[in-house]
Design a protein around this ligand. Structure first.
Ligand code: 5RP
Length: 223
């Protein structure tokens, strides 16, 4: 099975997982990335079962529109029944590193509102300890160098993701070499640096369930 076939299988598994939870007025939160794209394609098949979606990026909003799924501004929505998104890494506590696609801030906002966060990954994303994947940090442009110096003090090695601007008009520093022993504490500490918008650790609001595509089918992981 190729990685794309695993992503497709897990995207379909996510649709099967959320289907019984959806009602006519339900809103689905939708993540960003290649796995999320497979999910959007599968979600389109059941679009008559729910009201619409909140998108975590402009790219996702565009794909949802293409499928005829109504996209709502989060400010006009009270509840999100479930949020479905991929990840760059997940650990045994279902803490995540996200932001490989640069959509981390909106992803974190939609995840915070959602009643349930379903993370969809292929097995390459499973790790014992987070941090091999460089941790994305979204920064206000004028604070880029200052935030980078602060990250170096924390023993990280920030690399500016050049020629990339987030949907919010900000920049990304990808931080290598971080020892992520305590993801919750590190998430808070990084968010406390002046000039940081948010970071790609999803630990204080991690996934509620991870659906992982493997060679032998989709596994469901919960705490
Ligand atoms: C985007 C993300 C994605 O969920 C993450 O990068 C995984 O992407 P993919 O499904 O393409 O492997 O956080 O900001």
């Amino acid at each position: 099975m190729t990685q794309d076939e695993m992503k497709k299988a897990v995207a379909q598994a996510a649709v099967d997982y959320i289907k019984p939870k959806l009602e006519k007025d339900s809103i689905v939160g939708v993540g960003t990335g290649s796995t999320a794209n497979f999910f959007i394609d599968a979600l389109a098949e059941i679009k008559h079962l729910f009201d619409g979606a909140v998108a975590s990026s402009d790219a996702t909003a565009e794909r949802l529109h293409q499928h005829g799924i109504p996209v709502y501004d989060l400010n006009n929505v009270l509840d999100i029944e479930v949020y479905v998104d991929g990840a760059d890494e997940f650990d045994p506590r279902l803490n995540l590193v996200k932001g490989g696609g640069g959509a981390l801030t909106r992803e974190k906002i939609v995840a915070a509102v959602a009643k349930e966060f379903v993370c969809i990954v292929d097995s390459s994303k499973q790790v014992d300890l987070l941090g091999a994947f460089p941790l994305p940090v979204e920064v206000i442009p004028m604070a880029r160098s200052q935030v980078a110096r602060e990250l170096v003090k924390m023993d990280g090695m920030p690399v500016w993701r050049e020629n990339f601007v987030t949907d919010n008009g900000n920049l990304i520093l990808d931080v290598h070499d971080l020892e992520i022993i305590n993801p919750k504490a590190l998430e808070r500490e990084l968010n406390n640096i002046v000039g940081v918008v948010t970071n790609g650790l999803f630990a204080n609001r991690g996934a509620d369930v991870v659906l992982m595509g493997t060679e032998d089918g989709v596994q469901t992981l919960t705490l």
